[in-house]
Ligand binder design. Structure first.
Ligand SMILES: [Mg+2]
Ligand SMILES: [Zn+2]
Length: 197
């Protein structure tokens, strides 16, 4: 039987967006000391895992390419967030990170790439490597670019209403489902599996 997946955006869904005092924006944390999990997110991931969904993280991490932090910090933050999920007993089969940015200044990640959301490349990679049925799968994120990514891959989509990233959800993309947070999203995804969407 083909496997169903939930592709999880990370910043603003699993962990809180962190205030960058340099520009006043809320974005990815740039050091592990600034990692805070969103309330209920790790347990929501476990709930999806227990419901039979294969879990992936799909995240753009351009801060090194933009000269904002080190690759060591980016890797340590990823490990920290993933550890909180795994501590619940949930498995993250693969975390896909795009380190590129088209306006980046730091090689080798400056410039366009094939993997930055809203491009759906990582979802196709997961389909090919792990036998995921994308039509039975979901992309969950807090930005229109996440919803676009999921739609382009043929997945159903959830927009999570993080207030700190509301300006990144201008509403050009219509998600399958709106949710308050990942806990709400998990409940709705599981319910949708028990009836036609
Ligand atoms: Mg996000
Ligand atoms: Zn990339």
């Amino acid at each position: 039987m083909a496997k169903r997946a939930v592709f999880l955006d990370r910043d603003g869904v699993l962990n809180e967006l962190a205030l960058n005092p340099q520009n006043g924006e809320h974005e990815s944390p740039h050091e592990t000391a600034h990692v805070r999990m969103m309330p209920g997110a790790a347990l929501a991931a476990k709930r999806l895992h227990d419901a039979g969904f294969v879990l992936f993280i799909v995240s753009n991490q351009p801060s090194f390419a933009k000269g904002k932090t080190s690759l060591e910090n980016i890797h340590a933050i990823a490990h920290e967030v993933e550890s909180h999920i795994r501590a619940t007993g949930a498995t993250i089969v693969r975390a896909y990170y795009c380190y590129h940015h088209p306006d980046g200044t730091v090689p080798p990640f400056a410039g366009a790439c094939r993997c930055r959301k809203p491009k759906p490349q990582f979802l196709f990679d997961a389909r090919d490597e792990f036998g995921i049925d994308l039509a039975q799968s979901w992309m969950v994120g807090d930005q229109d670019s996440d919803v676009e990514c999921g739609r382009r891959a043929g997945c159903r989509t959830v927009a999570v209403a993080n207030r700190l990233s509301a300006h990144r959800r201008p509403g050009k993309e219509a998600p399958t489902i709106l949710a308050l947070d990942l806990a709400d999203a998990a409940g709705k995804i599981i319910a949708a599996g028990e009836r036609p969407v």
